[in-house]
Write a protein that binds this ligand. Sequence first.
Ligand SMILES: Nc1ncnc2c1ncn2[C@@H]1O[C@H](COP(=O)(O)OP(=O)(O)OP(=O)(O)O)[C@@H](O)[C@H]1O
Ligand SMILES: [Mg+2]
Length: 426
Amino acid sequence: MNKPIIEIKNIKKKYNISHQRGGYVALRDVFTNILKNPFRFAKQKAKQVAGIGTKEEFWALNGVDIKINKGDIIGVIGHNGAGKSTLLKILTGITPPTEGEITMRGRIASLLEVGTGFHPELTGRENIFLNGAILGMTKKEIVRKFDKIVAFSGVEKFLDTPVKYYSSGMYVRLAFSVAAHMESDILLVDEVLAVGDADFQKKCLGKMEEVTQAEGRTILLVSHNMGAIQRLCKKTVLLNKGKVVFYGDTKEAIECYLDNEDAVSSNSKLFPAVAKDVIINDFSIHQDGTRTNYIDNDKPFEVTIDFETLRDLELFRVGFFVRNAIGDTLTRSLAADWNPNAENIKKGYHQARFVFPAKLLMPGDYFFVLHSSCYGVADYFGYNIHKVITVSRPTEYNMAHINEPPSSNPSMILLKDKWEIKNLNK
Ligand SMILES: Nc1ncnc2c1ncn2[C@@H]1O[C@H](COP(=O)(O)OP(=O)(O)OP(=O)(O)O)[C@@H](O)[C@H]1O
Ligand SMILES: [Mg+2]
């Protein structure tokens, strides 16, 4: 029996966090904030003052043990802040573990969250060579792969542009292509499938299947897209608050993940989530004025996004996607869908609120995935902020029909209108 290609033994990672959001605040902004919204400013200021000097230790990973065999595709899932990206960063050596030991029997290529891996000042072409060199490939080897990498990525035209000018979609296309074509034994992929368009996502999934089957490469795939995880991974690790709560059959892992929503959602240190020009302060679901994950199907519920823009933005989109538990997208709804003016948004604090109608969804679990972007320019959160809700059975719905196994009733939309049956004998 061969030894595992990756052995992770009792890995822990501690961060020291201060409660201040930090960053440079210009005096001018302080005054405009006070004038525009004195109450909010006072509250924030109080929080900041209270936060000064209070440093908290935080265990992003708290004793993780995993063994992975060569040729496996392993899914890594868990709620926002569970420690998935931290685990991948430790495996690539970007950040060291506080405790524990990792044994890796192979070369690693990685594709982490947008913003790591590539050098922003270098062009696409230069980054391809840099990444190859880091993996220990010779220039000749890289040249041999170069055309394939470029063709797969579809960014030929921008090869000589510094990657800092790429849109997040272009960036991910090139980064995935580089990671997938390089000669490595292990490929680590963090959440990138969310950024590209649907065609590119499909291409990536196909490529990952191909490199494991044909080349025996091992893949660790972090994703909130349960459809992709289910399709690609036989085994899945479920992380919760820095611990492995399940490692085994993917279907069971996903079920366990959905069951756990309630226990973990209140504990996320996700907000404020910061991306370039936009800060998401909260993404929440309310019914009858109470924050909840359990939706009574007979009544409407509200989806609320609290956000701050750091400058005036054009073509700004904010809203959500609704996905079912295996990753199919039911719908997308953005604040500017029926109101083009909402795409021009002024610097400052905003709240976007959407009332989701009663009796629209079949009972079951759904992901509300936050979306925020400037069209064609930037995807701010890569679709990784989400809420899972469980929707109940509407009261009058025929019990016998609702209790059918999901395979015989795989629908997601509930039609409110009722049938009429006429007796035509006469
Ligand atoms: N550099 C850092 N300093 C302080 N805390 C950090 C740092 N990096 C991550 N954390 C915290 O560690 C926890 C785990 O973060 P991590 O990014 O691994 O989560 P994740 O599972 O990838 O979440 P997501 O689904 O949102 O991508 C979070 O609470 C995060 O706030
Ligand atoms: Mg992450």
